[in-house]
Design a protein. Structure first.
Lengths: 89, 199
């Protein structure tokens, strides 16, 4: 991806510290940061690499959550467990 | 995790805890077990063993605390102790190497792929699921716990018996590996990636 010091529109094309920024963005996405809204808004408005990284990471989390279909639990499993519990009571 | 102080529950209290706090997590437990073992029978056995252990050690559980994390920890330990031996899992990852790699200056939190968010959104469930399943079990586990089950870093640290810093770095590494897999799918499917020569 071509990056240089110039800015495109409102966003910088080069991030000053991707290591620190990406770690922060990932923590925000994982719900590990309190009061992160303002920080996030500023980062996404000002920095193109941060903007792209955030949206990619967010998309991956979303598809994992929505598209990794839950395995259907076998009907008899709960009954089987209860029965075994009765035996050891 | 709530194991320090042993309690003495009555039979009725045990039943209440078991039905009210343990059993509601059976779907998540089975999903986790299946993604660890890739086998329906092994997953059923693993979940059943976990619930039997949970019942046996119910006095170590403090009513009203995080039952789901407590159960996941038992399941994870059962898997390591009993199922991992017989299942054909990829070789264990050398975390020392991983940690060293990630503590070096040049590879922290870089954007490692040119995968695009739109390509990811267009992918099918099977592609996402296969990419996740192809990861080594320890990497797969952190993604399942965080993204599918919504555990916090702190809960994951307790479930996995590792420091929070390790949770964070393992998760980051796991997601990078996942992105590499997804990027491969994206290119095969003709989704738009920015620089095709960068393979």
């Amino acid at each position: 991806m071509a990056m240089n010091e110039e800015t495109s529109g409102a966003r910088k094309l080069k991030c000053d510290d991707t290591s620190k920024c990406f770690e922060l963005l990932e923590s925000i996405l994982d719900g590990e940061m309190d009061n992160s809204k303002e920080v996030l808004k500023e980062k996404l408005a000002k920095c193109q690499p941060c903007f792209e990284h955030f949206h990619l990471e967010q998309a991956i989390r979303d598809v994992l959550k929505t598209k990794c279909t839950k395995q259907e639990v076998p009907n008899e499993l709960a009954d089987c467990i209860r029965q075994k519990i009765q035996e050891i009571k | 995790m709530s194991e320090v102080q042993r309690r003495k529950y009555s039979q009725e209290e045990k039943n209440t805890i078991f039905d009210g706090e343990f059993m509601p997590h059976i779907d998540s437990m089975y999903n986790f077990a299946y993604r660890l073992t890739f086998d329906e029978d092994d997953a059923k056995d693993l979940v059943q063993d976990t619930y039997l252990k949970a019942y046996r050690f119910i006095n170590s559980f403090e009513q009203g605390t995080n039952a789901k994390a407590w159960l996941f920890r038992i399941l994870k330990n059962s898997f390591i102790n009993e199922y991992r031996k017989k299942s054909k899992q990829p070789a264990k990852v050398d975390y020392q190497e991983v940690e060293t790699y990630y503590n070096s200056d040049d590879v922290q939190y870089q954007s490692t792929t040119d995968l695009r968010a739109d390509s990811v959104k267009d992918m099918l469930g099977d592609e996402i699921s296969n990419a996740l399943n192809s990861l080594a079990v320890d990497f797969r586990t952190v993604i399942i716990l965080c993204d599918l089950e919504g555990f916090t870093y702190e809960e994951m640290a307790k479930i996995l018996d590792i420091p929070i810093g390790t949770v964070r770095s393992r998760l980051h590494r796991a997601r990078n590996l996942l992105k590499e897999k997804l990027r491969g799918y994206a290119q095969n499917m003709g989704y738009n990636t920015e620089e095709e020569e960068e393979i």
